[in-house]
Design a protein around this ligand. Structure first.
Ligand SMILES: NC(=O)c1ccc[n+]([C@@H]2O[C@H](COP(=O)([O-])OP(=O)(O)OC[C@H]3O[C@@H](n4cnc5c(N)ncnc54)[C@H](O)[C@@H]3O)[C@@H](O)[C@H]2O)c1
Length: 370
């Protein structure tokens, strides 16, 4: 029997509880949940009467820890650091929602604590890892079918999909930087850089240029704090093993007056592959040259698994805790992924290039790829 503790009974807490139900096929689970909002807790309890409910997370975690206990943090980002710290100190493994924490410094501190406690620190930004279509793209990359990779385009532009405005309007914390850590980059960037870093496996990244903007609409909330970006862009250089370098053009918008589109593509000297790492399509489009002409192969690669992307974080983390083969994003990798976002914000704010290295994640060194 494994014990799983969910902190935060809101929207994502309920998704995790659904996933925990599926996990019961692997092994019996004892589920507990904590949320100070009585109404939210009642809604959760109605849907998941099997869960033991608490108003206070500290009280829930005060019982003696067992070796394989897992705590899922499903609260707004400004609470992730303190709650993860409390859960690690209670002697339990921690799987935290994205973004892992509010900034790079907090991420470093949590990792140190996790190491001291000999516990794992995971991030739910691994939700989209392991999808069959993206694994196919990875195979094309690893088998050198694309030749030398030199350019990655990762662009997602939506015109009106701001969390806290058009999406989940009841959760206003998304719009306040002090509570969310940022806008669209903190909301979807964790997934983007988890997918990118899983594919490319960089030793370091350099954010060479970056910008953020907050496009204005006539329904912008005026009575609450709304100070997060709706549009962000960056040019990054990825430093891969064996001294290889790849340019990554990154862009994300939850609000723009420009054209909406998405374009995710890897370009190499021998071929290019385009696909959607998320929901839009299962199509993988591979292009190469045939006798001087562009030859296009399109495949539909559906993902057939009882576990959906919303189930993945706890499913992967559970497997990691059990020592099984797993796609979980944990420890140094989870911290590195968060620091890529921090580096984009820092570059946009200072105008200076920023570097994050897997080896010395704390250092901001100029031009490490050279
Ligand atoms: N909503 C989504 O579709 C979605 C998807 C993926 C990830 N996430 C991530 O999940 C996290 C939570 O988002 P959400 O949409 O579920 O928010 P939400 O507003 O629906 O729920 C958050 C819950 O956390 C509770 N909470 C706050 N402080 C707490 C504390 N100290 N102890 C216990 N509970 C506490 C609140 O009372 C609230 O019920 C965020 O990091 C978000 O980025 C959300």
């Amino acid at each position: 029997m494994i014990r799983i503790y969910i902190i935060g009974a809101g929207v994502i807490g309920r998704y995790h509880a659904e996933a925990v139900r599926k996990l019961s096929v692997e092994e019996p689970v004892l589920l507990k949940v904590a949320d100070p909002n009585q109404q939210t807790l009642s809604v959760f309890q109605e849907a998941f009467p099997e869960a033991e409910a608490y108003a206070d997370a500290g009280v829930m975690l005060s019982e003696a820890a067992k070796e394989d206990d897992i705590v899922i943090i499903g609260t707004p980002p400004f609470t992730h650091f303190e709650l993860s710290r409390m859960a690690l100190k209670s002697g339990r493994h921690v799987l935290c929602e994205k973004p892992l924490v509010m900034n790079g410094k907090e991420a470093e501190e949590l990792l140190e604590l996790a190491k001291r406690q000999n516990r794992m620190l995971g991030c739910c930004s691994d939700r989209f890892l392991g999808l069959s279509k993206t694994e196919e793209v990875k195979q094309l990359l690893l088998s050198q079918t694309l030749g030398n990779l030199y350019k990655v385009t990762f662009v997602y532009r939506n015109q009106r999909s701001r969390a806290g405005v058009e999406y989940q309007p009841e959760s206003k914390w998304f719009l306040d930087r002090v509570k969310s850590g940022g806008g669209i980059l903190m909301d979807w960037g964790p997934y983007d850089f988890t997918v990118l870093n899983d594919l490319l496996n960089p030793e370091a990244i350099e954010v060479v240029a970056a910008w953020t903007s907050q496009p204005v609409t006539e329904i912008d909330p005026a009575d609450i704090t709304y100070d997060v970006e709706g549009h962000v862009g960056a040019m990054l250089q990825y430093c891969l093993p064996e001294g290889k370098k790849v340019w990554v053009q990154y862009e994300r918008a939850s609000c723009t007056h420009g054209e909406p589109y998405h374009h995710v593509e890897l370009e190499g000297t021998m071929g290019a592959v385009k696909w959607s790492p998320y929901f839009e399509t299962d199509e993988v489009v591979f292009k190469q040259d045939k006798e001087g002409q562009v030859n296009t192969q399109e495949s539909l690669i559906a993902h057939n698994s009882p576990y959906t992307v919303m189930d993945h974080p706890i499913y992967y983390f559970y497997r990691k805790v059990r020592g099984l083969d797993s796609r979980a994003t944990i420890n140094e990798q989870a911290v590195f992924n968060l620091q890529c976002l921090q580096a984009i914000y820092d570059c946009a704010e200072t105008g200076l290039s920023q570097t994050v290295s897997m080896l010395s994640r704390n250092e901001l060194v100029s031009f490490p790829c050279k």
